[in-house]
Write a protein that binds this ligand. Structure first.
Ligand code: 1CP
Length: 346
């Protein structure tokens, strides 16, 4: 597995051909996913090891991507810890009781051996997945403290995360306790996946771009660092990703990541200028080209390869997740196009 192109790129050694996987590669864009999931809620499917494993492997089988991403969700650890949360179709994660006061934080369940034991279905699913994937590496993941806590505070998806940002400013101690709780929650979830066989991890801080650098560094970075510290003693690369977070690229790396995911708003060569020399990067084909002509799509893919060619390592991905209405054949063809290109060096 150490020889896989994914791990080589993430260690900063270039592989012979471009390495590619897609955020949200599993899920609703695949008919085989929709038929397997029929009659099972999203979060129930995540704690059924056979189902989670099969859904994880589906896009690898179909698209020939170079890595699997464990099928789960950033709110699965909260559900396993005992919080009332569900994923409402067409909406996203919704919590029964938003966390907004000190008393709400006091009432959060302890994260101890009982939680670790409750992660058994996750360990089992990862084990089944890794066996099924063979030589293709599995990426484990978790949500970062800011992004997960924002769902807990807002109660559900939010455009500007105003209640969360207000809590951070008006009750910084309450925020710090909540973020520390999520760091422990996500950190233990990451560690369980790696110990069960995941070869790399990605910490998703999807909505962190809503913060200024000052707010990030003072109120979020220490908690993201605490989450990543749970796997820092294990020999796995740690990818960190946020949307609209160009201004946070360097401090996010500073939270203890070893590679940075970049969204489609920032060219990879510009991202490299913002990062310490030698930092491997991941990204960042604009998901919009999944809905254009092949000519436009392949031109974007070539441009992304060229922009990443100066990096010590580059894992090709989209700039954000696969939209649910993307045509799966377009993704399959994009993977073969990428695999036909050499890794052009600058
Ligand atoms: O019924 C369904 O099919 C629900 C759709 C769905 C799926 C397939 C959701 C609801 N989550 C997932 C799986 C999932 N979530 C994966 C594994 C699949 C893969 O990548 O192949 C991953 C990595 C996530 C992570 C996730 N969940 C993130 C971070 C990544 C990102 O896209 O930025 C976030 C922000 C979530 C929250 C979430 N879960 C689901 C939705 C629709 C959302 C976003 C809601 C919002 O807009 O706030």
């Amino acid at each position: 597995m150490g020889d896989s192109s994914l791990l080589r790129e993430l260690r900063g050694e270039r592989a012979d051909t471009p390495t590619v996987w897609f955020m949200r590669q599993a899920g609703r864009s695949l008919p085989e996913y929709r038929s397997l999931r029929e009659g099972t809620t999203m979060l129930d499917s995540c704690v059924r090891p056979d189902m989670a494993a099969e859904i994880t492997v589906q896009p690898v089988r179909r698209h020939q991507v170079d890595a699997g991403i464990f099928f789960s969700d950033i709110v699965v650890p909260a559900r396993i810890a005992g919080l009332g949360v569900e994923i409402k179709p067409g909406v996203g994660p919704v919590f029964d009781h938003p966390i907004r006061t000190e008393a709400d934080v006091d009432a959060l369940p302890p994260l101890d051996d009982v939680y670790d034991a409750a992660l058994a279905p996750i360990r089992e699913a990862v084990g089944l997945t890794v066996a099924e994937l063979g030589t293709t590496p599995l990426i484990g993941f978790a949500g970062a403290p800011f992004t997960v806590a924002s769902y807990m505070v807002e109660g559900g998806p939010s455009r500007d995360h105003l209640r969360t940002r207000a809590l951070m400013r008006s009750q910084p101690e309450v925020w710090a306790r909540l973020a520390a709780w999520v760091a422990e929650l996500s950190g233990r979830f990451l560690r369980a996946q790696v110990l069960a066989g995941a070869s790399a991890v990605q910490l998703f801080d999807s909505w962190v771009g809503a913060l200024s650098e000052d707010m990030y560094v003072s109120s979020v970075q220490p908690h993201s660092a605490a989450a990543l510290a749970h796997v820092a003693d294990l020999p796995v690369p740690r990818i960190h990703f946020g949307v609209g977070a160009a201004h946070l690229l360097s401090p996010m790396l500073g939270a203890g990541a070893t590679a940075m995911g970049v969204d489609h708003r920032l060219r990879l060569d510009q991202a490299l200028d913002l990062l310490p020399a030698g930092t491997p990067v991941q990204g960042n084909i604009d998901p919009a080209v999944l809905f254009t002509s092949e000519e436009v799509r392949f031109a974007e893919a070539r441009a992304v390869l060229a922009a990443g060619s100066a990096a010590s390592g580059h894992v090709v991905n989209l700039g954000h997740g696969v939209p649910p209405d993307a045509d799966p054949q377009v993704l399959t063809d994009l993977v073969s196009f990428l695999h036909e290109q050499g890794t052009a060096r600058a």
